[in-house]
Design a protein around this ligand. Structure first.
Ligand code: UD1
Ligand code: CA
Length: 469
């Protein structure tokens, strides 16, 4: 049987190249910061980075940031990345800002205007605007707000967008409109160039309003599509610390939602922070107050207990990270158990079935399968073999004040409690080191080595007593 399929040929897909212009010239005085507003951190990355990444996700052929205040610092943040910069040395309005980006914007491209301080927009929402427009048409992202005060209002006639009016220029009827302009707009570049050249600044703020372009398009007989964002949160602009914190919470919630939909379990979705990327295997569980920074990978069946900070690390399958650990630049094999109160520093590489306990610090060291370092220990610049047991209070003395040296501990060695291993030094396979020893020469395999002074009892000694005054 042959089933007839509807043909898709009727809808001709026109691939237009996208130029994304990001306005970021404002100073952001309300942050009360030395840092340019768009470099303020959101989920561990500058606000503007989120916008640039969104632009990249849309497959923009050309990304241009209009910068002004703190421009050099902003450019440094993106050094070496494929994008262009346009300087707006005087902030004369959003229309004027876009003009600075236009000379190098190809006429055939479609322009999409974004804002460096509106960082929560998702590519899917922006795609809706682009999809709503035929090549010649204009799109504007709007949202309904309970309190629209301060925003540009979208004026519609018979349901169609006819223009935008700014709060300060609006009459009472217009001010009652709840549908506001998010500022995000899209239009063909050649048309935009024409409209910008006709912009004036005779309004209450003496600014060149980008938003006047909407009315001009309608006058020229070009349709303007108002596309509504699903929620106000996605289009919120960040002007002060309160809004920044609000955006941070919203972004964190979004990230956790996404992970939960992939099957990751959280004790409390509101009490976890991801400042970078977190990739999880199956059946991962994350307890409260976990902070993930940079790129973190968790394998299958990993359990992250409360109060852990994990940065740029790979945690293997079936690991348990007990509470209060700090893990950075580390990798662990399968079935490791870390913590509570462990510190893994960059270059800590644990193989499978390794146990690291409380108040243990491991740096630039490899620990092979089945070894245990359970209490009060410092391991630095060390190679530990398989099934080694490192006793409580052991220290690798890796630093002589000028240089660092390595310690090597062979398979099945047993290091007693309170041992100092003065590097460079090697403990042979199967060796036993007596408690309290300071080992500065190599210890042979399969033998007991110890270094201790003889224990004496002093018969003539009496306990001092308090003097009476
Ligand atoms: C603008 C819109 C308004 C919309 C609101 C949404 C205009 C005229 N009005 O108003 O309809 O409801 O955004 O938040 O566009 N910028 C520059 N250079 C300038 C001026 C602004 O780069 O000369 C940048 C700012 O850094 C900021 C953004 O553009 O990121 C918006 O500027 P702002 O002055 O805050 O615009 P609004 O008055 O809020
Ligand atoms: Ca000692």
């Amino acid at each position: 049987m042959i089933i007839a399929r509807p043909t898709t040929a009727s809808r001709k897909i026109v691939r237009v190249k996208l130029s994304i212009i990001i306005l970021a010239a404002g100073q952001g005085t309300r942050m009360r910061s030395e840092k340019p507003k768009v470099l303020q951190s959101l989920a561990g990355r500058p606000m503007l980075r989120h916008v640039v990444e969104c632009a990249r996700a849309l497959g923009a052929a050309d990304i241009c940031v209009v910068h002004g205040f703190g421009g050099a610092e902003v450019q440094d943040e993106f050094a070496g990345e494929k994008m262009r910069w346009a300087l707006q040395s005087e902030q004369l309005g959003t229309g004027h800002a876009v003009m600075q980006a236009m000379p190098e914007t190809p006429d055939d491209n479609r322009v999409l205007i974004l804002f460096g301080d509106v960082p929560l927009l998702r590519p899917a929402t922006l795609k809706r605007i682009i999809d709503a427009c035929a090549p010649d048409e204009v799109g504007v992202l709007t949202v309904d707000m309970e309190n629209p005060f301060g925003y540009g209002r979208i004026v519609r006639e018979h349901g169609k967008v006819v223009r935008n009016v700014e709060e300060k220029d609006a009459n009472a009827v217009e001010r009652a409109i709840r549908e506001i302009n998010t500022g995000v707009q899209s239009m063909p570049a050649a048309r935009l160039k024409g409209w910008l050249s006709r912009l004036g600044n005779s309004n209450s703020q003496g600014e060149y309003y980008l938003t006047d372009v909407l009315g001009m398009a309608v006058e020229d007989g070009i349709a303007v599509h108002g596309v509504k964002a699903e929620s106000w949160v996605e289009v919120m602009g960040i002007n002060d610390r309160k809004q920044l914190a609000q955006a941070e919470r919203a972004l964190q919630a979004r990230q956790v939602d996404e992970l939960m939909s992939q099957g990751v379990g959280f004790a409390d979705p509101a009490r976890v922070d991801i400042r970078g990327t977190l990739s999880c295997g199956k059946d991962v569980f994350i307890d409260v107050n976990a902070v993930f920074e940079g790129d973190v990978v968790l394998g299958d069946n990993v359990r992250i207990e409360s109060n852990n900070v994990i940065r740029n690390s790979n945690i293997g399958d079936d690991n348990v990270i007990h509470p209060n650990c700090h893990i950075e630049g580390a990798t662990t094999g399968a079935h490791c158990e870390i913590g509570p109160f462990s510190r893994l520093r960059p270059g800590a590489e644990l193989a499978a079935h390794v146990k690291v306990g409380n108040f243990v610090e491991i740096k630039k060291s490899t620990v092979a399968d089945g070894s245990k370092v359970n209490h009060l220990t410092y391991i630095g610049d060390t190679t530990i073999g398989k099934n080694v047991n490192v006793g409580a209070g052991t220290i690798t003395c890796n630093y002589d004040g000028a240089n660092k040296f390595r310690t090597i501990i062979g398979d099945n060695a047993f290091i007693g409690s309170g041992v100092e291993l003065v590097a460079p030094v090697e403990v042979g396979a199967g060796a036993v080191i007596g408690a309290g020893s300071t080992i500065s020469k190599d210890a042979p395999p399969d033998k007991l080595t110890l270094e201790r002074s003889r224990q004496v009892t002093v018969p003539s000694w009496t306990r001092p007593s308090k003097k009476s005054h």
